[in-house]
Design a protein around this ligand. Structure first.
Ligand code: NAD
Length: 458
């Protein structure tokens, strides 16, 4: 079937109205949940083959998150889909107003490779809950997972409702030539611009879940052991290939030495003396990404790690000191297991620096100081702010997940996912009871009367 045919079939299916039925949506969400549970081992295997992730890590960062999202959607679907009454100005009475959530239609979801299951299926949950048909395009760089996604979807859903298109840039671009009612894209900033341009030609609304550099400020008022553990985990999980990984540290000078010692201890605790042989430490996705990252090791002073193995796309968990903002490692999103450290003496410096750069997808602050927490929240802008933790906010269904400025447009997870794929239609109803003629021409002589009636607080 050509892409045009898939879209055409989905459009026809959407027009039957089946997806608008809330019971249909419940059923599809339950089907999705069931098949994810059934395929859990196959998913674990596929992600291991693509990214060398342990089963435990895939459970924590992929399957359990999706299952929780499905549960959350099932629990709240009735409330989300219910039309909400809106107030009507007394001058327009008798009348009533309501806001009706309605599905958008046929949507396209394009995913990246780094959390290859979660980042395709979590938007799909929002799309199903909101009553849409969907075409999924997983990343070609995680081929084993892409195949499993295809198998799961083919087994569970009619392609006229949900379909998977496998392939790379070419497939993606051919899909973009079709008309969709929404495009949900997760990936890098440069491809995000291409998606936005393609969507603009068809006037298609978009969600862009992008990346960028997420800074991590560490104040001196912390529990060093806990902070080090949470930073090390967030940075090196999935070998640093997380869109919300702490990209670099901005550390208070007074705490730097003890923090770095604690991070070193954590790396050893997590991955042993030789992370290359740890079942808990991942690999980079491709030769290209490996080579890009190896070049970033050439500047600054490597405090720990730095070992590489090109045949396995392996880079050890690495911490780099004496880094300047002119160094390549600070010029681009790292998206790998390299943690540059920059020290500050006054927090104002750190805040000014963050505000002089593109708005990050996540900003992290480690500090016990409530005033500082408040200050960073008020004086900076980011997709999310994590205080004394990293990455965790992405697993909370009640928190919208998305960027701001260069880090993205729109959000999802939980209700935000439902909203992304929903149009809130305003419905205004007037009975035939009365019809005041003052609203209609001829208007001569009515102005002062209209002013008195309609001007607020007159
Ligand atoms: P990418 O932008 O290279 O690819 C993403 C998807 O776009 C893939 O499916 C790919 O096939 C497709 N694609 C690539 N080039 C294209 C083109 N020219 N035209 C049309 N489609 C194209 O991203 P990636 O390398 O898979 O992922 C890494 C990036 O994604 C990082 O920047 C990371 O921060 C970001 N990311 C963001 C989030 C988030 O939730 N905000 C999550 C994960 C990754």
């Amino acid at each position: 079937m050509s892409f045009a045919e898939i879209v055409h079939k989905q459009r026809n299916f959407f027009l039957t109205g089946h997806t608008k039925d809330i019971n249909f949506r419940f059923k599809q969400l339950k089907t999705l949940k069931k098949v994810i549970i059934e395929y859990e081992q196959a998913i674990f295997q596929a992600v291991k083959q693509d990214l060398h992730k342990s089963f435990e890590e895939t459970f924590l960062t992929e399957t359990v998150l999706i299952l929780k999202e499905i549960e959350y959607a099932i629990k709240n679907l009735k409330a989300w889909t219910k039309p909400k009454p809106a107030t009507v100005p007394f001058q327009l009475l008798p009348a009533s107003a309501k806001i009706h959530p309605e599905p958008l239609g046929v949507v396209l979801i394009i995913g990246p490779w780094n959390y290859p299951i979660q980042l395709i299926i979590a938007p799909l949950i929002g799309a199903i809950a909101a009553g849409n048909c969907a075409i999924l395009k997983p990343s070609e760089l995680a081929p084993h997972t892409s195949h499993i996604i295809k198998e799961i979807i083919v087994k569970s859903f009619d392609p006229a409702y949900i379909a998977v298109v496998e392939g790379g840039v070419e497939a993606s671009q051919q899909l973009l030539a079709e008309k969709f009612d929404h495009i949900f894209f997760t990936g890098g900033i440069s491809v995000g611009k291409i998606i936005m341009e393609a969507a603009a030609t068809q006037l298609t609304p978009i969600t862009l879940e992008l990346g960028g550099k997420s800074p991590c400020i560490v104040d001196s008022n912390i529990n060093t052991e806990y902070a080090a553990r949470r930073i090390t985990w967030g940075k090196f999980i999935n070998s640093g290939q997380s869109c919300i990984a702490p990209d670099y540290l901005l550390v208070n000078k007074n705490i730097k030495e003890s923090l770095l010692l604690a991070i070193k201890k954590c790396i050893q605790e997590f991955y042993g003396n030789n992370p290359a042989s740890s079942p808990n430490y991942g690999r980079l996705i491709s030769q290209k990404h490996f080579e890009r990252l190896v070049k970033l090791l050439n500047h600054g002073h490597i405090l720990m790690g730095g070992e590489t193995n090109s045949s396995e796309y392996y880079i050890a968990p690495t911490v780099i000191d004496n880094v300047s903002f002119a160094d390549p490692v600070m010029q681009e999103e790292i998206f790998g297991p390299i943690l540059p450290v920059i020290e500050y003496t006054d927090i104002t410096e750190a805040i000014t620096l963050i505000n002089s750069r593109p708005k990050p997808l996540a900003l992290y602050l480690f500090s016990n100081d409530k005033n500082l927490q408040q200050r960073v929240c008020l004086e900076t802008s980011s997709g999310a702010l994590g205080i004394n933790n990293t990455m965790m906010h992405s697993g909370i269904s009640s928190l919208p997940f998305g960027g701001v400025g260069d880090s993205g447009i729109g959000s999802y997870h939980g209700k935000a996912g439902f909203d992304t794929f929903t149009h809130y239609k305003s419905v205004f109803y007037k009975p035939f009871l009365l019809d005041f003629k003052f609203l209609y021409p001829p208007y001569e002589g009515k102005l002062s009367w209209l002013k008195r009636l309609l001007t607020p607080n007159s």
